[in-house]
Write a protein that binds this ligand. Structure first.
Ligand code: HEM
Length: 281
């Protein structure tokens, strides 16, 4: 039997146990808000938003686990990747459940809406894709599918992009949050496109921060140009100063700088702890 806080040999792993507890926190928060009436007057809508938001967050975290594990030379982190991805799927199933509840469980309405609204069709196709990846994530399936498993799971990148697109379309006016999410996604995909030797180095990380930030501003520009009547040049110009507060591109740059700090810190710690270990031996 699979126990989430143990490894394949049955050994207790504190990191897995901590992550297993942590993934329930958003669900408990929304359930509590519903029970005490804090989600009024539209608790179901709050639940749809909350589950959608946390689904995309967990998928992004699962996408971040491989870069973080390699940057911080922390292979143990990879042990929680599957759990985080499956949590994203669980929140997604809840998202569909609350949507169906919002339609008073009239399945014909649910199907008609999904077929007639583009952002729901995209979401539904993504959900089916994530479900297929979830079903093929058992140890037995990984073994049975061999190298095909890895190929199939490359679909995660496209499915997350579809989820982000769905997020963009349903946010009617201010797309700052989806733009920020899209910027982080771009950072992680750029990292994946790098040769492995570069990923292990330090020099590439400042470059990633410098490239991902304008790419984020570019996505924001493109969105306003294609999907709205708002002048995209004015939106782009807002990025030139901090007078209007932090824009998504600034936040992505800050996230990139934090990564640089972590990578440098990890390398320094490794350099200094080596001689110390040798001295204490
Ligand atoms: C059957 C599939 C899906 C349905 C029926 C669905 C439905 C919805 C609905 C009705 C909303 C709220 C729209 C509004 O406020 O007017 C929403 C928002 C959202 N959905 Fe979905 N969705 C689906 C799939 C997905 C997928 C695959 C993802 C991401 C992986 C996702 C992430 C989100 C996010 C992030 C929001 C916005 C939450 C917020 O504004 O705080 N959804 N979805």
């Amino acid at each position: 039997m699979i126990v989430p806080w143990r490894d394949r040999r049955g050994k207790f792993l504190p990191l897995k146990a901590a992550v297993f507890v942590a993934v329930f926190v958003p669900a408990c928060f929304y359930a509590y808000a519903w029970i005490v009436g804090a989600a009024q007057p539209r608790p179901i809508t709050e639940a749809i938003w909350g589950t959608g938001l946390w689904a995309i967050r967990f998928f992004l975290i699962s996408l971040a686990i491989t870069p973080v594990a390699r940057m911080l030379q922390w292979p143990g982190l990879l042990l929680v990747r599957r759990m985080v991805g499956l949590t994203g799927l669980a929140y997604l199933v809840a998202h569909l459940f609350f949507y169906t509840m919002d339609q008073k469980f009239v399945l014909t309405t649910v199907v008609t809406e999904i077929l007639s609204r583009f952002y729901l069709t995209i979401g539904f196709v993504a959900l089916l894709g994530f479900a297929a990846l979830g079903v093929t994530s058992t140890n037995a399936m990984i073994k049975r599918m061999g190298r095909w498993w890895k190929r199939l799971h490359y679909a995660t990148y496209g499915l997350i992009a579809m989820g982000v697109f769905h997020y963009f379309i349903q946010v009617k006016a201010n797309v700052s949050e989806p733009v920020f999410v899209a910027g982080l996604y771009v950072w992680m995909m750029l990292w994946r496109a790098l040769p492995m030797g570069w990923q292990r180095g330090v020099a590439v990380y400042p470059a990633l921060a410098v490239v991902a930030a304008p790419a984020t501003a570019g996505i924001e520009f493109a969105w306003y140009a294609v999907a709205t009547n708002i002048n995209p040049w004015r939106v782009l110009a807002v990025n030139e100063s901090l007078n209007f507060g932090l824009r998504p591109a600034h936040c992505v740059f800050i996230a990139g700088v934090v990564v640089v700090g972590l990578v440098v810190g990890r390398r320094l710690a490794a350099r200094f702890s080596g001689p110390m270990l040798a001295r204490s031996a």
